[in-house]
Every structure is written in structure tokens, then in C-alpha cells.
Write a protein that binds this ligand. Sequence first.
Ligand code: SAH
Ligand code: SF4
Ligand code: F3S
Length: 435
Amino acid sequence: MKKLYIETYGCQMNVSDSEVIFAILGKKGYVRTEDMGEADVILANTCSIRDNAEQRIWGRVDQFYQQKKSRPGVVVGIVGCMAERLKDALLDTRKVDLVAGPDAYRKLPALLDALSDGHPQMDVQLSREETYGDISPVRLDKNGVSAFISIMRGCNNVCSYCVVPYTRGVERSRDYRTIVREACECLSDGYKEVTLLGQNVDSYRFGDVDFAGLLAMVAEVSPTLRVRFSTSHPKDISDAVIETMARYPNICRHIHLPVQSGNDRILEKMRRRYTRAWYMERVAKIREVMPDCGLSTDAIVGFCSETEEEFRDTLSLFREAAYDSAFMFAYSERPGTLAAREYPDDVPQEEKTRRLEELIALQNTLSLESNRADVGKTFEVLVEGPSKRNPEQLCGRAGNNKMCVWTDSVHKPGDYVHVSVQDCTQATLLCTLSE
Ligand code: SAH
Ligand code: SF4
Ligand code: F3S
């Protein structure tokens, strides 16, 4: 029996992939450990989205190497997006034994076996078909309440700044029958919430089933199973998706709709293929159909040639869209992308940092305003577990994705409770049990 330790970086899709890797290697007798110090195989499931994500992982590679030195026989592998991007360069460090890209996980048992003859192993072949659709993931979440379900892989969008199409390959959708089956398994295993994952869920299509159709099928698995999804692309989110959300009470009313920039010239240069006006029309449609829908976004500041004025358009769009929350980033040039090949990365680092700080400060005030507007309201919340700050309190999310905390000694993770909002911070709704 060999012990397998996986450290996961990057997006939720990587978390979901680590669950697939545990399933594949579990069948071959590997058991999971959370202690790197006792592992026979150490894997890092990596992210390449920004340079600082990769730098962090390089730091870890040195630490994994220390394990190899102190415990001969330990295997160190790099898998995921950074494995796909850097390939041999990772093996050239002589600190890792194994490199496997996101579509090579079925080969991991064979690659690990082949290591016994002393040669490093690599498989970075991308696939047009692989979806791991038939594999039941070994869930890694601790509380057994909320599960990820990958519904597609890859991305066909080629936004000019983005490395994902290169690390994850072409877009492919997973058979909806295996998705619905997995949602049913989650339900019978006691899960109360599933999050459907893809880089662009709105372009899901398998046979005649599009994303709106898939959402409805998953929502019908059980009225007690909450359904979430991420990420939506503004150019693709359809009226049918918005209307399907409105029709099923168990589809959570929250949309993560990354805008990236509020300026049309920058959006064009980013190859996002929508305009500010198009984006705001989608927001208006969402608000019209579901006035209580939570809305969050991603944005990049300091993209190639972005002027101060163009950055101000992102600020004004944030105000107009009145986001509940946002992930905000300074542009990081990724080798091999269209932007890296064609546009100089010419906004100075200090300027990127200043813009980022200004945008974050604005979002902080918007988040607080949005939370204040919920004071006095009652929400149905799915209990996730004890609150981090105060063990006498529980925490969980409302449908709109806002984190709620309240004092409670009765309920347990997986229960649905009603809470009423008494007060708030910028990050949390402070509630009491109402019933
Ligand atoms: N598929 C999703 C995004 C996945 S990457 C979408 O299209 O919205 C998550 C976020 O990382 C992106 O939304 C973007 O804001 C950010 N990001 C991607 N590439 C980046 C880069 N080169 N520099 C800075 N941020 C980046
Ligand atoms: Fe990257 Fe654009 Fe695809 Fe999102 S849609 S993963 S930002 S290329
Ligand atoms: Fe990172 Fe790959 Fe996800 S680059 S954000 S782990 S798809």
C-alpha cells in the first residue's frame, strides 16, 4: 500500500482534477495521506494563470526535493497546467521524477510503475475527447456538504492574455448522463450542493443538450440538492440559462460573470468578444429576471497599453454593475499567449499595483454597500460548518453566495436553516437564527 499526497493549486477545476487523480490511483492501491512527510508519492497539481502562481509552486518544488533527499525512494511529480506549459523544463531541474498534463491522468499508474527503472517519466499529450466522465471522484472537501462536478474541459476562447487554452487544450463537454449520474451519487452520499465547473459553462453542449438543458436536468435530481455553476462567459450566457435559474428554486441565484475590463478598446484587445454595452445588457437581463441574484466578477488591471482613462472605465463599470464581490488581478504576461507575442507589457509594475489597489478599495465599498442592503432580510442558508472566528457560531452561504454567520448549537453541516441578517461586515452577513 503506497501513500499518496497531493497539493492542489489554482482554480476549482484543479480541485476537481485532484479528486479524479485520487480515484484513478486509489484503484491501484494508493491511499491518501495529508502528511507529506509520510508520503511515497508527492504530487503538485499546478496552476500557470499568473507568474506569481508559478513562482509559489517553484518554491514548493525545492521543498519536495528536500523530502526526496531525506527519504530516498520518494517520488515527486508535477501535474496540471504548469506541467503542460513547462514540460521537459521541469524534468531538467532533476528535482522531479514525473510530469503529467491535465489529460494524462489515466496514465499515472503506468507512469508511476515505469519510474521503477530509474528514468523520469512525462506525458503531456492533450486530448480532444478526455473528460474523465466515467470516473467517480474521491471527494476532498472536509464537511461532506458541497461537491464539484466538472462538466467540460479545455477552452476555445483564446482571450489574448490567457494561458488556459494552451494548458488545457480544446473545449469538450462531458456526456450529460454521466453528469446527472454523478449528481445523484453526490445526493446519495449526503451532499447538499453541487457546483458545475467549466471555463465557460455557457458553451456546454453534448448532443442536443445545451447548458440551460443541463442545468434543468441537474436541478431535477432533487429539490434538496442546491446547484451552482462557474464560470459564465458574458458573450455566451443566454436568456435560456437565466430563465432556467429563475424557474428552479434550488439553482442558487448567483452568477460569476468575469468582465475583465470596462473599456471597449481593451476588451477588444483582450479578445473577449463583447463590449461594455453588451455586458451591461446581460447584467440588466439578470437583474430583471432575478432582482435578488448575486453577481460577482473578475477583472484585470494594467493590461497592455491600458491608459489611466481606460482603467477609470473599469472603475465606473464596477459602480454601475454594483458587484457583490470580485477577484481582481494585475496583468501578468504569460509566455506564448497572443498578448505576449503581439503587445508590449508596457504598464509599469508600480502603476499596475496602484490601479489594483484603487479597484480593490472601490470593490470593498461596493461589497459593504451590497451587504448593508441585505440587513433585515431573511435567507435560507446551507450550513457548512463552524465559523472560523468563533466556534460557537456556524457559517454557510445564502443562495446569492454571501457568507452568513450566526450563533447556533443545534444545527450541523448539511442542514438548511433560515437566518435573518442583523448586521454585516464587508465580507460577511452577521445573522441570527430565525424560525
Ligand atoms: N474562464 C474564466 C477565467 C479563468 S482564469 C473566464 O473566462 O472568465 C480566472 C481569472 O484569472 C480570469 O478571469 C482573469 O481575470 C484572470 N487572469 C487570467 N489570465 C491572467 C493574466 N495573464 N494576468 C492576470 N490575470 C489573469
Ligand atoms: Fe482564459 Fe478566456 Fe478561456 Fe477564460 S474564456 S479560460 S479567460 S481563454
Ligand atoms: Fe490555473 Fe489551470 Fe485553473 S492555469 S486557473 S489551474 S485551468
